[in-house]
Design a protein around this ligand. Structure first.
Ligand code: UDP
Ligand code: MG
Length: 308
């Protein structure tokens, strides 16, 4: 059985369409499927829609969060609830072409354990948004040591992989963690579609925040950059030190005030930035060490309760 995990945040207009489209596709290809809608604390009628659907159809389960915990948490909850021998995660807005699920499923049947959906084109996004996304991916790819350009949360995972992910306590990032775990993987390219209804939940500010937490959870490179900068500063200061001594010896000492000011400001700012970066990692350690749950489920539809 294939479990289809659909995170949904204020998507009341998209739920039914997402279900009927994907369900029809699975039927056509005689693939048995279950649907797990994770309502990420929506403030509109999303959960009512899910409940309604789950009363009509046997193969739908719904999970409702007590507040908005973010898409990553919604995916975690979906993975924990899935019963299938493979699982596919897909956006509610049908920006990920559902036909690709079939292609992914066939690849899984051939023995691949992870099938990554790779974006061919980023669809029509806000200009700022796509510049931000490009910058973010090239940055994280370089820092975390694997190519993340064009990757997405649209992927199919074997049960083995899902079990591994379910055991991981950390607040990882779904699209990166599937690279980290290894396994036999392949990719499927897709074109990002236009959103069918509703609005994107990402602001540019949100994207920047996401970028930082993503980098810090896969890489300690920023802290190493701090060390490297320190070394460079040391080298520079040795040169300036020698220069200052020579000035002193030949009696030109008072000159060079500008240099002193520049160096002071420069070192000051490097120290502040460094402290900020270190502080950021400490904050993340603090987040993890508190061991709070990734999400709080406030209710589930009856089918979820039945299975677990
Ligand atoms: N989503 C979620 N929680 C959030 C934000 C988004 O579960 O806090 C879901 C949303 O309902 C959708 C998917 O994540 O199914 C992708 O969101 P969106 O379409 O807003 O992002 P974009 O496609 O613009 O990157
Ligand atoms: Mg979208």
């Amino acid at each position: 059985m294939l479990s289809v995990i659909i995170p949904a945040y204020n998507e009341e207009k998209c739920i039914r369409r997402a279900y009927s489209t994907i369900h029809a596709l699975l039927e056509e290809n005689s693939i048995e499927g279950e649907f797990i809608f994770v309502d990420d604390g929506s403030t509109d009628g999303t959960y009512e829609m899910i409940t309604e659907l789950s009363l009509e159809e046997e193969n739908i389960a719904g999970v409702h969060f007590s507040r908005n915990f973010g898409k990553e948490s919604a995916i975690s909850a979906g993975l924990a609830a899935a019963n299938g021998s493979c699982v596919v995660v897909i956006d509610c807005d049908l920006q990920h072409p559902p036909e690709k699920i079939i292609e992914m499923y066939r690849l899984w049947e051939q023995g691949y354990e992870i099938v990554e959906g790779i974006k061919k084109e980023r669809g029509r996004e806000k200009k700022m948004h796509s510049v931000g996304a490009k910058f973010f991916y090239s940055l994280i790819s370089r820092m975390a040591g694997f190519d993340m350009a064009n990757s997405s949360d649209f992927k199919l995972l074997d049960r083995k992989v899902v079990d591994v992910l379910n055991k991981m306590p950390e607040r990882g990032f779904f699209r990166a963690i599937s690279y980290w775990v290894g396994y036999n993987k392949t990719t499927v390219e897709y074109d990002v579609r236009e959103r069918v209804d509703g609005e994107s939940k990402w602001s540019t500010r949100g994207l920047v925040k996401y970028a930082f937490s993503n980098i810090s959870s896969y890489s300690t490179a920023p802290m190493q950059i701090v060390t490297a900068l320190g070394v460079v500063m040391l080298a520079i200061s040795v040169i300036f030190g020698v220069w200052a001594l020579i000035d002193k010896i030949i009696g030109r000492a008072l000159e060079g005030m500008t240099t002193v000011i520049i160096i002071t400001i420069f070192i000051g700012s490097i120290i502040m930035i460094s402290l900020g970066i270190i502080g950021y990692y400490i904050a993340r350690i603090y987040e993890e060490i508190k061991g709070r749950p990734k999400y709080i489920i406030s209710s589930t539809t009856k089918s979820v309760v039945k299975n677990r």
